[in-house]
Design a protein around this ligand. Sequence first.
Ligand code: RAT
Ligand code: ZN
Length: 372
Amino acid sequence: MTLAERVSKAVDAAPIVDLHTHLFAPQFGALNLWGVDELLTYHYLVAEALRAAPKVTPEAFFARDKAAQADLVWEALFVRRSPLSEATAGVATVLDAFGLDPAAKDLREARAFFARRRVEEHVEDVLRLAGVAALAMTNDPTDPAERAVWESGAAPDPRFHAALRLDRLVASNDLASELDRWIARMRPRYLAISVNEVSPPPRAVLDACRAHDLPFAMMIGVRRAVNPRLGVAGDGVSTADLVPLERLAADNPDVRFLVTTLARENTHGLCVVARKFANVLPFGCWWFMNNPSLIEETTMMRLEMLGPTFVPQHSDARVLDQLIYKWRHTRRSIARALTRRYEAMPVPPTDAQIERDARALMGGIAGEWLGA
Ligand code: RAT
Ligand code: ZN
């Protein structure tokens, strides 16, 4: 076997711990999204379809029901064009994994397939096909539908870990008691927020992280609602100043920070911050960075600057089936980056070394930070 083949084999076999998704355990009922209509109405694809079919206004698109939206996306991005973008290629990978035709003229066959699936078996099949052992959800107690499930006392599937999302909760009048209440109920593995610029979080957040020994995750660089007509598909990106992150890490050496940045331009700076502060863990190639070419270059840069002490990728999946493509595609990029770094070693690595590194990068380090 060539070095590249040995690395691919190890990366393919390593169990994934997915540090950030928007998936819900089956106990959350209708919040657990799966199937072809959900796949096609993913906001990454909505943005691409409205670009490809500019005569359809966002308002007219969102006025359609979900199946009609999915039909329009299919027609614009898969029938009239080839699925070359990463988000469309992902749908093709998922359909192919289930033996469905990614070049079908319509969605009849795919819909019939998913209609026959039972949710419990589907969850098992997807996790197995994706090689995912555990994942983190995104849990926002200000969302009434989600809140109702938590308040009903439901216990999620143990492979689905809670992550308490603060984007909206931070506006609470009594944040400290809200945090206590939701940490007690959800037992989250970390607290998380997405921001445009880094600023020090409210004291109650850092206090809660200390008191419960929970990492604080910051997703930096999103500019919300750049085009509000597109809804969740309307957010943009800007580069962020990482000096406030250095201060935060320096001032709070007893708090662990999980950090990802949205702008490609911030990738290098985040590596430098992580070299200075062991309490900062760079994770993932987030959203507009979730492209094979950028994952490969980012993973190479991180390996060169940090060695295998970071989490190369998380899926950010919103639809269960996306786990299949996000991880299949990611594994290829990570294996390529790892191979190039091994090629730089004067003595080729042993299989045991490759396996150790692949396991750490794909799930081991994320699992430690998640306590999973
Ligand atoms: O990647 C995405 O799906 C975005 O819409 C965001 O949800 C982002 O990942 C976030 O968690 O803020
Ligand atoms: Zn996300």
